[in-house]
Ligand binder design. Structure first.
Ligand code: NAD
Length: 290
């Protein structure tokens, strides 16, 4: 297949490389000067999209996605698929889908879970929104870049699933970190804390697979001085998206709101910027009750 790939950053770069490695003809564009093995670089988004069977975008946010889509959609061939894998707000995902469908394209919002390791290893999970035909067109590409793809519903459903998942992730990471900090103050050994919680009812992905305590559990960013991994500012962005969605859907999400406030303070006023989102643990360790 001929594939246009726009946004070749930490995630998009390895995803595009995996498509090229699988034998697809990939033409990429990024605002930054990047080069990716097996990918031919174009001078603009529309140039990368012209004549492609599918265009994939992996961009920082909804505002940028809207700008790129407005340029790229008119350059695409009718019947081709526009697949956005960025994490963006549900409203932007729906607006772009409407524009793509009006231009006779198949459209899928397909944010991912699995981080840069999953992008490099081709083991991402895709959560997709769009018509059955659009999902069917995108599925063979998801199978190369990932190991699981769930068709969540109509346009925007993929983004809805992603921001709900990441709201749980943010809340759970904070709960895991504050529990470790409390355990420290109660004199509990961290390895014992891990051994108990990871096999008891407090277990979670943040404890079992991404433990925020260095030297305990599987390798995680905590073992690498909290270098991301998944940066605290990206978690803040995602919690912002879930609060924005909760407001427009009139949903009560007090834990998500509190998690957003804590990550906002961590990133903007404390030393969280540039740190992994699990660096909440050293933050809690430093603090006392007030
Ligand atoms: P990144 O900043 O490394 O990559 C974004 C790329 O988009 C950059 O290379 C940038 O130059 C390019 N770009 C920006 N504006 C552009 C434009 N107008 N035209 C063309 N290119 C443009 O970010 P990333 O970590 O690759 O994340 C991309 C998306 O994936 C985000 O929406 C993020 O929330 C989501 N995501 C990231 C992770 C992760 O662990 N990094 C995990 C899941 C989802």
């Amino acid at each position: 297949m001929k594939i246009g790939f726009i946004g070749l950053g930490n995630m998009g770069g390895p995803m595009a490389a995996n498509l090229a490695k699988a034998g697809h003809q990939v033409t990429g564009f990024d605002m930054a000067d990047v080069s990716i093995g097996g990918v031919t670089m174009a001078a603009s988004g529309p140039e990368a999209a012209a004549g492609a069977d599918a265009v994939i975008t992996m961009l920082p946010n909804g505002a940028i996605l809207r700008l790129v889509a407005a340029e790229v959609i008119p350059a695409m061939t009718k019947g081709a698929a526009f697949i956005d894998c960025s994490t963006v707000d549900v409203d932007s995902a729906r607006a772009v889908a409407e524009q793509a469908e009006a231009a006779g394209l198949l459209s899928v919002d397909a944010p991912v879970s699995g981080g840069i390791g999953g992008a490099a290893g081709g083991t991402l999970t895709f959560m997709a929104g769009g018509s059955a035909d659009a999902f069917a067109a995108a599925e063979p590409l998801f199978a190369i870049m990932g190991q699981k793809a769930v068709h969540c519903g109509e346009a925007g459903a993929g983004q809805a699933a992603k921001i709900c998942n990441n709201m749980i992730l943010g809340v759970t990471m904070i709960a895991t970190c504050e529990a470790f900090a409390l355990a420290d103050k109660l004199g509990l050994d961290r390895q014992k804390m891990f051994d108990v919680v990871s096999t008891s009812s407090g277990y979670s992905w943040t404890m079992n697979a991404y433990c925020p305590a260095p030297g305990v559990g599987p390798q995680s960013p905590a073992d690498n001085s909290y270098q991301p991994g998944f940066a605290a500012e990206l978690m803040l962005k995602d919690l912002g998206l879930s609060q924005q969605a909760a407001e427009s859907a009139d949903a009560d999400t007090p834990m998500g709101e509190l998690a957003m406030a804590l990550y906002k303070r961590f990133v903007e006023e404390e030393d969280g910027k540039g740190m992994d989102f699990s660096a909440m643990l050293p933050r809690f360790e430093k603090r006392s009750r007030d």
